[in-house]
Design a protein around this ligand. Structure first.
Ligand code: ZN
Length: 314
């Protein structure tokens, strides 16, 4: 296993929670804390929650040995400017998170390294998870949204601003539904948990209980409900088209898929493999390995630490 010498500090900023951890060289969390994201509040209140989590972490044994702080954030991010504008945190638009954290007393002197959450997940899976054997791999999260990050030629591929690999906003349906990103027919509009539930309801599926989530659609699909099955097949097809486009463009060895929706396993991944055979047709793009992600809910923290470690070694 690829390890780094000292513990690293990591923060993972999302629309619902802010988590912070001290992460050991093998990816183990030595200390961990989290807060709800006060997403509806102003920029200082959101920063207050981040700093509060960081201060708690700074009191943990081992903080004095920390060599860098990795910050993973929901996007869009701009790693060239050190700013973040998470879609689900409206109070932060072009928010200078790197500057603000660099000036915090517990952090002073440590390098602060920012990454988008898709890149963080890719870093975690490449260093410690299912992407380890591969030099060219797309790591995806299929959840309420669809995101991802790329490893190309064995290195994280961030792009100039850190948003490369954002497969959720590749168009796979030319005349599809408008997407909040400004485009239409994006992978996310067909394959996110929200999209799966929306499609099932629109097609006439009625949940047995009040629960109209993608999890409830999955349960119905397993029980043989044809509409629920069609909703997952449609999501799998959209994902396959997006993956095939990526594989054709950059030549992938594998794709690693995590997130809540991917936890349904074969219900999504079997049709996805079938559709990949259709869409990834050229010999160099065919035969991509499809794996489930190996890191769980803390992949964002492990990945933020991995990105910081990576920055220290370059
Ligand atoms: Zn979009």
């Amino acid at each position: 296993m690829d390890t780094y010498a000292a513990p690293l500090a990591a923060i993972d900023i999302g629309g619902t929670k802010i988590a912070a951890a001290l992460v050991d060289g093998d990816g183990t969390l030595l200390a961990r804390t989290q807060r709800p994201t006060p997403a509806a509040l102003d920029e200082d209140s959101v920063l207050g929650a981040v700093v509060d989590a960081l201060d708690e972490l700074a009191a943990a044994p081992g903080w004095s040995e920390v060599r860098a702080l990795g910050v993973g954030s929901a996007g869009p991010v701009d790693i060239s400017r050190g700013t973040v504008s998470p879609v689900n945190i409206p109070g932060w638009r072009g928010f200078p998170i790197v500057d603000r954290l660099s000036g915090h007393p517990a952090v002073k002197g440590l390098p602060v390294v920012l990454a988008g959450d898709g890149i963080a997940i890719a870093a975690a899976e490449h260093r410690f998870g299912a992407a380890r054997p591969y030099d060219n791999v797309l790591c995806m999260v299929v959840s309420t949204g669809v995101g991802g990050g790329l490893v190309l030629n064995g290195e994280l591929h961030t792009g100039t601003t850190g948003n490369a690999g954002h497969i959720g906003h590749i168009t796979v349906d030319l005349d599809g539904d408008p997407c909040p990103c400004g485009s239409r027919g994006c992978v996310e509009q067909l394959a996110s948990g929200t999209a799966i539930a929306r499609y099932a309801l629109r097609s006439g599926w009625r949940p047995a209980a009040e629960d109209a989530s993608a999890v409830a659609v999955a349960a119905a699909a397993r029980a043989g409900d044809p509409i629920a099955l069609a909703a997952y097949h449609r999501a799998a097809r959209a994902l396959a088209a997006g993956i095939a486009a990526t594989a054709t463009l950059v030549e992938l060895d594998a794709v690693v898929i995590g997130g809540g929706v991917a936890q349904v396993g074969a219900l999504l991944l079997d049709p996805l493999r079938d559709h990949l055979r259709t869409y990834a047709a050229l010999p160099f793009a065919a035969g991509i390995a499809v794996h489930r992600a190996e890191l769980g809910t803390d992949a964002g923290l492990v990945g933020a630490a991995a990105v910081a470690a990576h920055a220290l070694s370059h």
